[in-house]
Design a protein. Structure first.
Length: 255
């Protein structure tokens, strides 16, 4: 798993740290009321996490050996606590199964969160959630990567969403993704598959900018590759900046 987080060159201010991803920009956020409050000078919190799809009702022997239980009904409250402890305006997940959804979503829904795109016919493993008390959803799109060879049973996809912050009408976009996971050694062509998936996201970003103007676009997710690889360099050469390089406000390990 390789996590990289970018924002488009349209963004004026971004803060990011390595807790999966937590990014910030703007003015007024539920994170100001969270257990782990947002850093001074930042006021939009975006959280991102790959939660690992394990939908079985048994405990694997290796987990039993270390005394841990990975079943969804055990992990869902832990992930929900993560959300309530940080209270992000927006969060994205990867490897999010319908099985986990049944356990997890009611818990965050009761805290005021809404999933931006949901369909039982075409399950979204890379959903985006938002806090409608502070954000208005203006646009959402889900795209499952094709061909199936590079999609891993439908788990590789992106969800894009555009939000308007109610406090000041500022607009921003989030694209949450999970790219193809194997190496070229394991599966020849894997790097180029990830590169083509990145190009699809970049095309989506161009559509968003054409529709909503030069707004900040945050790209988050499990990229399964490093910053110096061809897929990630496509972002860099087009003017996207890794969040850790763009940060102008730094917090502690919780921000």
């Amino acid at each position: 798993m390789r996590r990289k987080h970018f924002f488009s060159k349209a963004a004026a201010l971004v803060t990011a740290v390595a807790f999966s991803c937590i990014a910030a920009y703007g003015q007024s956020s539920p994170a100001s009321m969270a257990k782990y409050k947002i850093a001074d000078g930042a006021d939009l919190r975006i959280l991102d996490d790959n939660i690992w799809d394990y939908s079985k009702d048994t405990i694997p022997p290796k987990w039993q050996a270390i005394g841990e239980d990975p079943r969804d009904f055990v992990r869902a409250p832990q992930f929900a606590r993560l959300i309530t402890d940080y209270m992000p305006d927006v969060f994205g997940l990867q490897e999010y199964s319908s099985h986990m959804h049944n356990e997890f979503y009611p818990k965050v829904q009761s805290e005021g969160y809404v999933i931006a795109w949901e369909s039982q016919e075409d399950w979204n493993n890379t959903p985006v959630f938002y806090y409608p008390a502070t954000q208005e959803l203006l646009y959402v799109n889900y795209h499952k990567y094709t061909p199936e060879k590079w999609c891993n049973r439908g788990t590789k996809s992106f969800t894009s969403a555009v939000f308007r912050r109610k406090s000041d009408n500022k607009t921003f976009a989030v694209i949450n993704t999970h790219l193809w996971w194997k190496s070229d050694k394991e599966e020849p062509g894997s790097t180029m598959a990830r590169a083509s998936q990145v190009r699809l996201m970049m095309a989506e970003a161009e559509f968003i900018k054409a529709k909503f103007g030069q707004i900040p676009i945050f790209v988050t997710g499990d990229m399964n590759c490093e910053e110096n690889t061809i897929p990630m360099q496509q972002f860099i050469t087009e003017g996207y900046i890794p969040c850790y390089k763009a940060a102008t406000i730094y917090g502690d390990n919780n921000n």
